[in-house]
Write a protein that binds this ligand. Sequence first.
Ligand code: MTE
Ligand code: HPA
Ligand code: MOS
Length: 933
Amino acid sequence: MKVAGLPVPHESARGHVTGEALYTDDLTGRFPQVLHAWPVLAPYAHALVTSLDATPALGEPEVVATLGGSDVPGEGNSGANRHDEPLFPSEVMYHQQPVAWVLGESLEAAQRGAARVLMTYQPLPAILSIEQAIAEQAFHSGPFHLRRGDAGAAVAESALRIEGEIHIGGQEHFYLETQCALAWLDEAGGVSVHSSTQHPSETQDVVARVLGIPRSQVTVECLRMGGAFGGKEVQANPWAAVAALGTWKTRRPVCVRLPRVLDMALTGKRHPFLARFEAGFHEDGRLQGLTVSLYSDAGWSLDLSEPVMWRAMFHLDNAYYLPAVDVEGYVCRTHKTSQTAFRGFGGPQGMLVVEDILDRAARRLSLPPEVVRQRNFYRESQTTHYGQRVKDAWRIQTIWHELQETSCFAERREAAARFNAEHPHCKRGIAITPVKFGISFTATFFNQAGALVLIYRDGSVQVNHGGTEMGQGLHTKIRQIAADSLGLPMERVRIMPTRTDKVPNTSASAASASTDLNGVAVADACAQLKARLAPVAGAMLGCPPEAVRHCGGMVFSEGDQVQQLPFSQVVEAAYRQRLPLFAQGYYRTPGIHFDQKTGQGQPFHYYAYGAAVTEVEVDGFTGVHRIVRVDILQDVGDSLSPVIDRGQVEGGFMQGLGWLTLEELLWDEQGRVATAGASTYKLPSWSELPEVFEVAFLERATEAGVILGSKAVGEPPLMLAISAREAIRDAIGAFGSAGVQVELDSPLTPERIFWAIERQRFVKSLGWIFEHSPWVAERAWRAEPFESVDALHAAMKRQVERATREEQLALLRAHPDLGARAGMSEASSGEQAGAGLDRLAPAEFARLQRLNAEYREKFGFPFLFAVKGSAKHDILKALEQRVGGTQDEEFRVALDQVYRIARFRLESIFECSTSQAATNGITTAKATLSSTG
Ligand code: MTE
Ligand code: HPA
Ligand code: MOS
């Protein structure tokens, strides 16, 4: 009769769909005389407030009060960490920042009042991009560092080196319930707040600070949230503070609720990132060295941007052993909303970087990406770049192999290749990617939790704990844990709304750790209560206290299960014996620590593992894609609540898919969020659901040292969606030729996919122009569109001129010897035949070979000559002459010859348009040139 582990529905599932489940705003009707608040919004991203006159607002009917800096009895700042978020700023730091508030009998009255507030500003220049912040050295913090070995040297020694950068877009939380707080004066003159907050204790702290009263005078309650996803970890605080301040001033209840568009314009999002990297690989695909600079766009205030950056740096390895690595992290200050926690908390951005690098390397090495990934996996007993041993690293391999089996990965990869061979304009891609995600708050002190469990004389139970319910099923799991601990059916246990007067000094419900932390605290309290009841029950049952067992609402002796007492009867007896029937529980995660200065420690209690296979189909005309199938294998330990866990895996994956493929945040040149509504911000919905969506949990996966052997599940599945990004990349690659990397920023909107395909087609059709060196075309593509063959040639030449001496040398060496009989590209052999080099007399051939060898010996590259239009005698004469040149001269001359060869080749494509010999690729190149020229 165990309750934990049963597939029970979410405790509010019914209420969610019937509308009976209440949210903060639903409670306003219960407060007579409630006032509604509306902000005065600054129309600049950066400006000084030069004057503010709120009195005209008071002339508006039904406006009751205005709020400004002079109304604040305490500290007019809601910034959680650095106190850098003035509630009534004199310097505007982002577009639409509230500078004052108006309270009205209705929302409309407050809005009319706000429109009448007279403001003047002095606009200032704004920083609106990461690049601009770097240029102006505008950083909130950093650089932070994590290092192992000499990464620079390791990269320099590598057989394959890759450098590049990737832009990673942010994400709007789009919780269904927008930010909301409702404050009133309590019966004793303190302030109470209903708040949609993940962190009631911090909301309490901020309210107390703004009002200048002790925290004991402030009670914050969170019944539930209609989603939070990190967006209410600290960003619920300012709205609660404004509501409380309004209450303090007017002595009436005040509600602050942001309508959707305002919520999207004012609240922080997932941090956009820029990563610049250099990576070195062995020829077999093993990573040798990695240096990365991470820049996050933190927006106007610090918020949680430091721990977000740390988590990104911790997760740069994902599931891979990085033998030598040097990562630095900068938190950039821009004049945008203050970016904040979002499911994964920087982890997804860090992991995306290494996944991107691994795939680029795989394509350059012409190895399957899954092989390169697997070769880099952590092995048992290896440590991360911050010195933590990767416990249960074997699970990565096990999950990888099991999932490949169950998803029929190999067969489907072959099927996709067959499909692609038959479909020139539509390609399938498939990819498998792993997830390793560290569980614990990286700030060690947050890893604690408390609980207060009350048993009433009738045997019914109330459970209070520090966690909040945001739809993730925490209360369901806690209810299962409490019911199991006390041996009661679930219906006997009621989970109370989260309140700061029940459990004080709680941590945010975040970092996926809420069940791990609060679950043990609750179990601790229940264990104490059971221990207290044991002697009572023992006496009633005639057995020693140690033999007392609880199950299904009954109490009995281990040795005699026939005689059973109802739980309520034991409880009543205990009451009459004057025993306390309530207990507090407490838990702190053991053994974790981290030192930011040395970059070493054990920040995580354990890792959550998983992997996903995604298959997609991409349309070459539009860049639109379709998710064909998703297979997931997730390690949730012993699942506490399989229905809840499945929901978290499916929901997390879909939210990750939205981030990586659909949701694009845009800011206009004024710094306004241009995508502040569902009409311009595209979210995943039914139509994006995979046609086949298989979710399974790793079996025999008990996690020792975690509540009932379970594992955290809230955030890790989001990063499984990286498999969709990689599958799309695979499909894009199929439009081009092997050996060419596919560079992609995030998100993969149809536009980005389309242009990436265009680039692949371009390289496929023109990569051969420079002998065996598609990189020239790859780089030249950035200068598109080209007006003429001349312009195209010039762009390619420019890329060679810009390349390193090493790359130039490699380009020269990629060419065959003149008169060589093997190993030539089709183009070269055609050209050489045209000049008669395939028909040399034996003596001529011998002479050519001798001179070639002499030339190569002397200069280190083959003799190069643009043979088109030359006779073999001229060529031999030139060779004899140039063998006598100097190194520098010949290097130059050889490059010029390379340009001439390229020029002839380009002309051969574009100026003999009717040639029957034109291949498919060449036709595409022509189309590219004419459609864009
Ligand atoms: N699931 C739902 N339905 N709604 C949410 O807001 N938040 C996610 C995740 N799953 C969220 C969710 C985030 S960001 C975190 S950190 C965890 O839930 C927090 O809850 P947990 O600690 O109980 O897993
Ligand atoms: N994860 C999520 N939320 C947090 C963390 C973390 O590591 N640290 C502080 N808030
Ligand atoms: Mo979740 S981003 O840790 O609230």
